[in-house]
Ligand binder design. Structure first.
Ligand SMILES: NC(=O)C1=CN([C@@H]2O[C@H](COP(=O)(O)OP(=O)(O)OC[C@H]3O[C@@H](n4cnc5c(N)ncnc54)[C@H](O)[C@@H]3O)[C@@H](O)[C@H]2O)C=CC1
Ligand SMILES: O=C(CO)COP(=O)(O)O
Length: 337
């Protein structure tokens, strides 16, 4: 039995806490917000972020981040925009070599850093392991067979997370390509939003398949330009997560896209979903990064215009369809002029 600290008491923080508790680990779940913990204690669940998942009494609930000190593993399960401030709060309570994981999927705004890089800056001396892959909280909490990857620069650290968290319903593969795993996880949310827009517009399966396939092409194009391995995008954290997020009703990104396709503004869609929609910020960050490094990302660019410049989704789709003719085999390497 290990001691696990989970930072974040939303959908995925709860799902992982419940899973770890079932495995026999001693779990402490932290939230930055006293009202969130009070509501969980009162309702025995988080009615807003993961309803119908009962939180067992053995899981410690706290707003004192110091309470996770001495954990064998600390999992950051807060949205990507809160990773730096949460890691900074944690810093006084972790020792050299501590094992820290993140499940957040995003890039830091403005710096375009990957979240493991952000954590390494705030927690130097810790071993950072990225956990990513097709893993909706609703299903992880129910014990639906799920597969993810654990990626770290130090393979032993990823294997330690594999040892701690792998169980009959969660199969964990180790991966050395941290950059590829993180770009896949962050960027698939943009494509999932776009897939939701297609669904909201009541387009067909052809359109969705096109978005997913061309989407992973441009995700890989940026990832490879940023130093990732091409192969990673064909794995669980790439195409695997893209498939689940573009097709599942659990996906908050896809649901936000559906609202936009039905005629809501981006702001209205985010409010209606009421949970973390990483694809919104990721669209802006990916758009800016792709321009900075000169990588062509037509779907990301159209998403940016729909979300941030009020472009009509129908016009965005017709502009994508009307792009210059191209050979499929060469397009993975395309750089913009
Ligand atoms: N829900 C899911 O199925 C999965 C989510 N993820 C990723 O995990 C991350 C968290 O997602 P969810 O748990 O679903 O989000 P959520 O919206 O359900 O919960 C977010 C949690 O973060 C906390 N939080 C918000 N702002 C904060 C701040 N400034 N400082 C500290 N804590 C803050 C909230 O209090 C809440 O406990 C996201 O990056 C998401 O992409 C990854 C895999 C699956
Ligand atoms: O990353 C996820 C599943 O792997 C969760 O996706 P959403 O954030 O779109 O719900």
């Amino acid at each position: 039995m290990a001691k696990i600290g989970v930072l974040g008491a939303g959908g995925f923080g709860i799902a992982l806490s419940v899973m770890c508790n079932k495995m026999g680990h001693r779990v402490t779940m932290w939230s930055a917000f006293p009202a969130e913990i009070t509501a969980i204690i009162r309702d025995g669940q988080n009615l807003q972020l993961l309803p119908k998942v009962k939180i067992p009494k053995e899981i410690g609930l706290t707003t004192e981040i110091a309470d996770v000190q001495g954990s064998d593993l600390i999992i950051l399960a807060v949205p990507s925009f809160a990773i730096r401030e949460t890691a900074r709060k944690l810093a006084p309570y972790v020792s050299q070599g501590a094992l820290v994981s993140t499940v957040a999927k995003g890039l830091e705004a403005k710096s375009y850093k990957r979240l493991s890089q952000v954590i390494a800056e705030e927690l130097p001396g810790c071993q950072t392991v990225v956990i990513s892959g097709p893993s909706h909280a609703e299903e992880v909490a129910r014990g639906v067979p799920t597969t993810v990857v654990a990626a770290a620069q130090n393979r032993a650290a990823a294997e330690a997370v594999q040892d701690l968290l792998m169980n009959p319903t969660l199969r964990i593969y180790v991966n050395d390509d941290v950059a590829g795993v993180e770009y896949g996880g962050a960027l698939k949310n943009v494509i999932a939003l776009a897939a939701g827009v297609c669904d909201g517009l009541k387009l067909g399966d052809n359109s969705k398949a096109a978005l997913m396939t061309r989407g992973i092409t441009e995700i890989a194009r940026l990832g490879v330009a940023m130093g990732a391995s091409f192969e990673t995008f064909g794995g669980l954290s790439g195409v695997g997560d893209l498939i689940v997020t573009c097709t599942s009703m659990h996906s908050r990104n896809r649901r936000a896209g559906i609202f936009i396709g039905q005629g809501n503004t981006a702001r209205q869609a985010l409010e209606k979903v009421g949970m973390t929609v990483e694809g919104y910020l990721a669209t802006k960050t990916a758009y800016e990064l792709s321009r900075e490094v000169g990588v062509e990302m037509p779907i990301v660019e159209e998403c940016y215009q729909v979300l941030y410049q009020d472009k009509s989704p129908k016009k965005a789709i017709s502009d994508l369809m009307g792009r210059p003719r191209r050979h499929e085999s060469e397009s993975i390497w395309l750089q913009s002029k």
